[in-house]
Ligand binder design. Structure first.
Ligand SMILES: *Cc1c(COP(=O)(O)O)cnc(C)c1O
Length: 460
């Protein structure tokens, strides 16, 4: 399988380079040159596989330049520490199912792609005799999932910046209680935006670039999308009916993986893009209006995003791999912060996607109703998806396998859960966090302080 850039389809890269480079050199995103379709016999065979066995089959199609044995081993270790034997269990209710993606070490779906990426990176670096320093900013789930994906790994140090006293207690504990020496949690006295802008400047800094190798593990890395394709195929294979997935969305990474799964298997009827009040994607999918507004903070903070970094990949496929069109659109978007699309485009979009949104009040109401009806607790992100799925349910009832994607364990958001239903049982691994030793480095929101720290502790 070869890959090109969304802005230049004549480029040709192998899987290894795509993973190690992250972003294409022209600023575009890497996409597979073609999306393979698997036939009915293959799907029948896949139906009987375990999660990890299925992952091996899917990853081998897209990482054809790695040895099969290597892929097998990397996937086996990546999911060996998940706490449910099915890895991504499907919980069935009367009107719909929930695919639970919170059995990894940090209890959000981000563990599914990042555990794989961490092991893959370690393997590739050892093979090439290289070292890297991962630098990133987090407002919550990404940082902890990234830290747990590379802690203790050879040839990798990780520096995660987060706003001091402005992430949730549990999210902070999941980062600062990691003992491995290659992990540096930088508590920045500033906002998340400060952290992000410092990270951006670190990546552009001449001195940093000449002295050490820095990289990101953000959601545009193709290996992350690839690992996420697996669970959509997994859940689709568990039903005789075609599936409809409702996915709570921020950066458009998770639901994009569902789109690839739809193309690869033809087992998916539709994907429903669920947003909170930060609804740029909802406006695009329902009205063709992709225009940036201010980010408003909500109770589903991992979705408080306006510019969805993976959206460019979808545009590329939507416009039949026309790199010139994508390049033009992205340039227009970066100038005007607005893209408007007409009816013809919306019609095509509608073949794959539907969309809905939920405000905080509706999200809380959903948490409460699902608990009262099923004695089942959904986290605020998952609740956004469930709310949107249920409002689409009527027209699909009985004909399709309706699946809402649970992106985090409710115990990660105890304040909202306690406010809505009054009680929450903490899983053992979260209770234990408070007893562990903590290690963090407090720094001012100042590029030179952060730069000096990173240069002092970086691998080279
Ligand atoms: C990151 C995250 C999301 C959004 O996922 P995208 O791939 O950015 O769309 C949703 N829910 C939770 C809990 C997350 O951590």
């Amino acid at each position: 399988m070869r890959y090109c850039s969304t802005r230049d389809n004549k480029l040709s890269y192998g899987f290894e380079e795509v993973v190690l480079t992250g972003l294409a050199p022209d600023g575009g995103l890497f996409v597979p040159k073609e999306i393979p379709r698997v036939d009915g016999n293959t799907l029948d065979r896949w139906r009987n596989l375990s999660y990890v066995e299925l992952a091996k089959e899917v990853v081998k199609i897209f990482a054809s330049d790695l040895e099969g044995k290597t892929i097998d081993r990397l996937l086996e270790i990546s999911y060996s520490n998940f706490s449910h034997p099915d890895i991504a269990p499907i919980k069935r209710f009367d009107r719909f199912s929930i695919m639970e993606l919170f059995y990894g070490p940090t209890l959000s779906f981000k563990d599914y792609p990042l555990q794989f990426l961490g092991n893959l990176l370690e393997y590739l670096l050892r093979k090439r005799g290289e070292k890297v320093n991962i630098v990133g900013a987090t407002s919550g789930d990404t940082g902890s999932a990234a830290i747990h994906s590379v802690k203790g790994k050879e040839n990798i140090n990780i520096f995660i910046l987060y706003p001091n006293n402005r992430v949730s207690k549990i999210q902070e504990l999941q980062m600062i209680t990691v003992e491995e020496e290659n992990v540096y949690c930088l508590a920045i006295n500033g906002t998340f935006d400060d952290c992000q802008s410092i990270v951006k400047r670190i990546f552009l800094d001449e001195e940093i670039r000449s002295r050490i190798k820095v990289t990101a593990v953000n959601s545009i890395n193709w290996a992350r999308i690839l690992a996420q394709i697996v669970y959509y195929i997994w859940a689709s294979l568990k039903s005789d009916k075609k599936s409809i997935f409702c996915v709570p969305t921020g950066n458009f990474g998770n639901v994009l993986a569902g789109f690839y799964a739809k193309r690869i298997t033809e087992l998916i009827e539709k994907l429903i893009v669920a947003t909170n009040e930060n609804d740029i994607l909802y406006r695009f999918f329902t009205k063709g209006d992709y225009s940036v507004r201010e980010v408003v903070p909500t109770i589903s903070p991992a979705m408080d995003i306006q510019i969805a970094s993976n959206f460019e990949r979808y545009l590329y496929h939507l416009f039949n791999n026309e790199d010139v069109t994508v390049k033009k659109l992205m340039e227009e978007f970066s100038q005007k912060k607005v893209l408007l699309f007409g009816k013809d485009v919306l019609e095509k979009v509608g073949l794959d996607f539907l969309s809905g949104r939920s405000n905080d009040k509706e999200t809380k109401k959903t948490i409460k109703e699902i608990y009262e009806k099923y004695k089942y607790i959904v986290d605020p992100h998952t609740a956004v998806g469930v709310k949107v799925l249920l409002e689409h349910e009527e027209k699909f009832k009985g004909k399709y396998n309706l699946v809402s994607v649970a992106t985090a364990h409710p115990a990660k958001f105890p304040e909202v859960i306690e406010e809505t239903i009054g009680k929450l049982e903490m899983p053992e691994e979260i209770r234990r966090l408070t007893e562990k030793k903590q290690r963090k480095y407090e720094l001012p929101a100042d590029i030179s302080a952060v730069k000096e720290f990173i240069l002092r502790h970086a691998l080279r």
